[in-house]
Design a protein around this ligand. Sequence first.
Ligand code: TRP
Length: 364
Amino acid sequence: MSEKIILTGDRPTGRLHIGHYVGSLRRRVELQNAGGYKDMFVFIADAQALTDNMDNPEKVRQNVIEVALDYLAVGLDPEKVTIFIQSQIPELTELSFYYMDLVSVSRLQRNPTVKTEIQMRGFEGESIPVGFFTYPISQAADITAFKATTVPVGEDQKPMLEQTNEIVRRFNYIYGPTLVEPQILLPDNAACLRLPGTDGKAKMSKSLGNCIYLSDDAKTVDKAVKSMFTAPLHLRVADPGHLEGNTVFTYLDAFCRPEHFAEFWPEYESLDALKEHYQRGGLGDGKVKKFLGQILQQELEPIRTRRKEFEKDIPAVYDMLRKGCEKARAVAAATLDDVRRAMKINYFDDAELIAEQSKRFAAK
Ligand code: TRP
């Protein structure tokens, strides 16, 4: 069997939306179904969510189940993937504590994700909570505790993976080969890398109200598609349309497959042909939106239906999570044993140490 170990996670700060879906969830399900890996872990990063929601524990608590339901709804299968909750694995905090010795304050300050988040949240200078400031270190613990080789995430997580690899190299250099350097696995198409909100704004975000959630009903999705941002200069159907910044076409890049044309719009044979006509002029936004709506509904309908099923038995979802936590904990504990041995803090397991010291003190 391959030594590939896949791991990724999400902060439970809201339900998951189609940006998460094309950016990572869809890929995870493909990886899961392709098999050929040694282990796969997907987890809910509640402890990380608390680093900037410390005053809102109820929000995090309620969204743990929402994210778990979204995972099951998209087709993650607990028989094939270990799904767990970060805070239930105390080994992760212990690892983070040791890794803190390997990272400088200035290195954390240079982390671009931390930098922008600090600006976005309006933390200033010394008012930054230490836990928030050091979350890249905790993320390195999340990844290395499971000896993950492959981390499917969005582009925004690149600095976190770089930070993790630096910690791994430093650790292995000082204490001997113990930890594994992970590789990032990014979506392979630009539209999926960073799906804009329905308003064309940079990113889907709950506060901007520009999301389409995986759990939205059909009517809500239709409404969102109809109101989507397209091309401001495309006033009359006959006018040439523009693709740049045209959210409907960005979504088509992310969702449209060749067979959608045969099924919904046989007049065109490919997305390129459709784009060509749109740019030439004579193709109205309404028609393109209708096509996108059909594609989205087809993709989202089975997800919605599965979610409804899982919602009927919430205790079973918690049971699944509890089992996942138990399994994840055992794996993290084994890594922590390796780490303690490498760092020479495994006193009670080290018979040699005790024997050697006994001899030394007897000879005095
Ligand atoms: N930072 C990730 C996010 O914002 C969540 C996360 C926490 C994660 N730990 C991780 C992702 C480890 C991948 C690997 O969604």
